[in-house]
Ligand binder design. Structure first.
Ligand code: SF4
Ligand code: SF4
Length: 440
């Protein structure tokens, strides 16, 4: 069986939060494969620990992907500050005689944005509205690469590595069966009652504040950041669209800091959030003239760091993107030649500075990998964990399933990912959203 088929059968998806089906990502040819080990979101602690705990598996996984894509270069993008991890990687690459390079990156956010990583490691600029393969690059996450290696031994994706950090007594990172309730995961860090707390699903910058406290872990879950509801980051991230809109209309002073520090603007894309804010403020543009909002990566820098007036350009962009999508309006690139700003090197946002600005300095602590067991009576496994069509159940209520067994598959001819049981048990119910398995 080909590597692509093994990856597809194992249900591997981008574990960094995007959830793109990996078999589709690695099914062509490329010049570069880039292992994204930047882990630039503050407080998340998964990737660096995996690189040390599963060094050989990740390196072999990357090597297999490199061969599959017939690349000229396989490069690990990792921050220079992780010197101990880099030493381990260099030693094992040498001992295993693998053709893998290491690129040591500066400590800035968002170094892990695929397009930024492509530019930093190869000097190539992904065209506006494009994806890395447009310039011959495939960017792959650390945990995804580990899962690719496991798929080569016919092991499906049943768990996710998750950091719980923030205002918690014991920050930690752990391996969690997919479908485990978030509350049970957070409890392992010492928070058993979430009254008065908010939980960010993902990193503090790009993660979303959970509205549904009964949410469960997905294959792409990277972390939960727990903060008091009155923490300024939570207040900012939970502002309503109406508030963001009215504040923007009344208070934008057109200083253009949001544009000057925008990572996509700095690699030469025609994204100018201050112009979008101006258009919104003065009713200057029709929707079809705001398509540049589609170039926004939602990295959050403009809202959570740049704007001196505490406005929310990225939220405005998101609102516009939704309207553009509903009206099937796309951005049309104005050029094919992109040039990064000469000021870019000086405008990259240092993570330490970002952490202080976000009010997270007190929570910037290790979250050591810890062996834990979960006593949840059931897991609820989402059929919508990935980009593409939802998976379709191939089991029925009452079926006995074992860990690793296929329970939902990709509809023929569509983009999607297979889903597997994460525990031994019995299928209790199936909806168009999820499959519930009673454990035991
Ligand atoms: S940084 Fe804030 S005030 Fe300045 S232009 Fe952007 S949205 Fe307006
Ligand atoms: S969120 Fe703001 S800073 Fe980030 S890409 Fe979008 S406009 Fe630029």
């Amino acid at each position: 069986m080909s590597l692509v088929d093994k990856i597809k059968n194992a249900g591997v998806i981008g574990a960094g939060g995007a959830g793109f089906p990996t078999h589709a990502k690695v099914s062509g040819e490329a010049d570069y494969v880039l292992l994204n080990a930047a882990e630039c979101e503050p407080l998340l602690r998964v990737d660096q620990q995996l690189l040390v705990l599963y060094t050989d598996s990740i390196l072999y996984g990357l090597d297999a992907i490199a061969r599959q894509l017939q690349v000229k270069h396989a490069i690990i993008g990792i921050k220079k500050k992780h010197g101990d991890v880099i030493d381990v990687l260099r030693r094992r690459i040498r001992e295993l005689r693998l053709a893998i390079e290491i690129h040591e990156m500066a400590d800035f956010y968002p170094a892990g944005d695929e397009q930024i990583m492509v530019y930093e490691l190869t000097g190539r600029i992904v065209p506006e509205g494009g994806i890395p393969i447009k310039v011959g690059c495939v960017v792959i996450n650390v945990e995804t690469t580990l899962n690719v290696n496991r798929s080569m031994e016919d092991m499906s994706v049943t768990d996710s590595f998750v950091t719980v950090s923030g205002d918690v007594p014991h920050p930690l990172t752990m391996k969690v069966p997919v479908g485990t309730p978030m509350k049970e995961v957070v409890a392992k860090a010492g928070i058993t009652d979430l009254d008065g707390y908010a939980v960010i699903d993902g990193g503090p910058m790009m993660g979303r504040v959970l509205k549904d406290m009964d949410a469960t872990v997905m294959k792409k879950t990277k972390g939960y950041i727990v903060l008091r509801t009155e923490h300024p980051l939570i207040v900012k991230k939970t502002a309503t669209d109406r508030t963001a809109f009215l504040e923007g209309r009344s208070a934008c002073e057109q200083c253009r800091m949001c544009t000057d520090l925008c990572p996509r603007h700095l690699i030469g894309h025609n994204l100018n959030p201050h112009k979008i804010m101006r258009a919104v403020k003065y009713n200057l543009a029709r929707l079809e003239e705001l398509t540049q909002a589609n170039l926004c990566s939602q990295c959050g820098i403009c809202t959570l760091f740049s704007c001196p007036a505490h406005l929310k350009p990225h939220q405005i962009n998101f609102m516009i993107k939704q309207q553009l999508g509903a009206n099937k309006l796309r951005y049309t690139p104005l050029t094919e030649a992109y040039h990064a700003s000469a000021a870019r090197d000086y405008r990259r946002l240092p993570v330490k500075r970002l952490i202080r600005h976000l009010g997270l300095y007190a929570f910037d602590k290790p979250a050591p990998m810890t062996d834990v067991t979960f006593a949840s009576p059931e897991v609820r496994i989402s059929l919508h964990q990935h980009v593409g069509a939802p998976a379709v159940a191939v089991v029925a209520a009452g079926d006995v399933v074992i860990k690793g067994q296929l329970i939902a598959d990709v509809p023929e001819g569509t983009l999607g990912a297979a889903v597997h049981a994460s525990v031994n048990g019995m299928v209790a119910s199936i909806t168009d959203q999820e499959i519930t398995i009673k454990v035991g």
